[in-house]
Design a binder for this molecule. Structure first.
Ligand code: GLU
Length: 503
């Protein structure tokens, strides 16, 4: 590629960013970075009806959390500013006039009521080459009439004049060449005098052109807009610099039938948004990956593989590796099932990969909330012993509470099964054995305790089970002597004494 790659993520701030939108942003980012290009954030807010306060901030916060750094955008500026379409109103008006002057667009005065009655009267009515001659527009009215209507304050729209029966080719980097007949398209509204704003289609094309975007990578739901966009580029005479299209496959429901929706998340209990979102109107809260305890690198890795693969079965890839390996050619055409269990698996993997000290830092506030007062070093040691058992930091407590607090009760079932008649006497003996151990390392304890068991002819399993019950209160936890080495000799002995008393 001779030209510098420039891609944009162009969300409309109509609510929280859906996880599919996050994947679109990610693929744009990976593609840009792979080619040493620019990653631009453009906010497409020309539909004032659907504007939701807080949505733009949410999008930026979510992508920042995930490590998708923009080179240009509403929040960082850049050479092509402004990046928010509502701040670019004057620019669009000029390009609407370009199309009007060329005869590629026309002014239409049909009121919503008139259009409605047309639709009621004519089956499958479409405002196009076959019908526009019977409507109230600058093609059927003369110049003076048009001017008089405008001067009288009548609202109007500007429509794109699409020639009937033309072949339109969309060259898609993922789907290959897709052919359309222009007759399927209606004369799309490009501009509305009512709010003096362009529609999505015009603003999108003009901005991609002015911002020198080289590749448009977006969700499959935008594929039907692509032929219209190709025709707009032609109408402006911009074919030579038209960006290349790549339409990403849909994210499908976990069962594979149909598009992933928020309802699937509610139904099956997984987030479909990167961050928690509170609906400003209803106050309804939707869960987010961040608040649910996902590590950003796990979310990235998970999403990267929903619609793309590196060509082999490698699954764990850092952002740097993804940038190296990513290519649009390896994106699939068919939809990707949203396997959220796989998302949990990735989180488990990344918890193992993160240094214990970092996991300890995330765990620490949870411990503080429980009133536990220990050093960060202590927590780090515990994390190292139990993290292989969890997929989320919040699950650590259940796997490690006994490192921080002595059991206050004992699991009844375990007591029945594992606290035998001679357990109290044996545990009393064990206390004496432990008392005499100076080097309380796990290894040394194990050697001495096992030698004692053997010399007495005790049953190894019975002793260790009772020992664990006394120290943990249940039958779980990592290697027994790893636990006692960490909690220390005094605490271990105290717990044994308490168990002898209580059980
Ligand atoms: N504003 C559109 C959206 O919300 C952008 C589609 C595109 O990337 O062209 O997704």
């Amino acid at each position: 590629m001779s030209q510098k790659v420039r891609v944009r993520f162009a969300p409309s701030p109509t609510g929280p960013l859906h996880i599919g939108g996050v994947r679109t942003a990610l693929y744009n980012y990976l593609f840009a970075k792979k080619h040493g290009g620019d990653f631009v954030l453009r906010i497409e807010d020309t539909d004032s009806q659907r504007f939701v306060p807080g949505a733009e901030e949410y999008i930026i916060e979510a992508l920042t959390w995930l490590g998708l750094k923009f080179d240009e955008g509403t929040h960082v500026g850049g050479a092509y500013a402004p990046y928010r379409q509502s701040d670019r109103k004057e620019i669009y008006r000029k390009y609407v006039d370009v199309l009007l002057d060329k005869g590629a667009a026309y002014i239409a005065f049909d009121t919503p009521e008139e259009l409605e009655s047309k639709r009621a009267a004519v089956a499958n009515f479409q405002y196009d080459a076959s019908t526009r001659g019977g409507m109230r527009n600058s093609l059927t009215l003369n110049g003076d009439e048009v001017q008089a209507l405008i001067d009288a304050g009548n609202q109007y729209v500007v429509r794109f004049k699409i020639e009937a029966n033309q072949e339109v080719l969309v060259n898609d980097l993922i789907r290959g060449e897709v052919k359309y007949n222009s007759s399927v398209l209606d004369d799309k509204v490009l501009f509305k005098s009512a709010d003096n704003l362009p529609t999505y289609h015009l603003a999108n094309i003009v901005d991609d052109h002015l911002m020198e975007i080289t590749h448009v990578i977006r969700g499959e739901e935008w594929l039907p807009s692509a032929p219209l966009h190709v025709l707009l580029y032609k109408a402006f005479g911009w074919e030579a610099t038209m960006p290349q299209f790549a339409h990403l496959p849909l994210l499908l429901k976990p069962e594979g039938n149909g598009k992933l929706s928020k309802r699937d998340g509610d139904r099956l209990g997984f987030p479909v948004f990167p961050l928690e979102w509170k609906d400003p109107k209803t106050g309804e809260i939707s869960s987010g990956y961040r608040e649910s305890g996902y590590l950003p690198e796990a979310v990235i890795n998970f999403l990267a593989l929903l619609g793309w693969n590196p060509g082999n079965d490698q699954e764990i890839m850092s952002m740097g590796e993804l940038v190296q390996l990513f290519s649009l050619e390896k994106c699939s055409k068919s939809g990707a099932k949203f396997d959220y269990e796989k998302g949990k698996w990735f989180n488990h993997q990344y918890i193992q990969l993160r240094p214990n000290a970092e996991i300890a830092n995330i765990y620490y506030p949870i411990l503080e909330e429980k009133g536990v007062d220990v050093t960060l070093d202590y927590v780090e040691t515990v994390v190292g012993l139990v993290k292989e058992r969890v997929s989320f930091v919040k699950e650590l407590w259940d796997q490690s509470f006994f490192f921080f607090v002595a059991p206050v009760s004992y699991d009844e079932k375990v007591v029945k099964k594992r606290w035998k008649e001679d357990s109290p006497a044996q545990m009393a003996e064990l206390i004496d054995v432990l008392k005499n151990i100076d080097d309380f390392s796990a290894h040394n304890q194990e050697e001495i305790v096992k030698a004692w068991i053997e010399s007495k002819g005790y049953h190894l399993g019975n002793i260790m089970n009772a020992f664990r019950l006394a120290v943990v209160g249940e039958s779980k936890g990592p290697h027994m002597f790893d636990i006692t080495a960490v909690i220390g000799k005094d605490e271990t002995i105290a717990r044994l004494q308490k168990a002898i008393q209580d059980l």
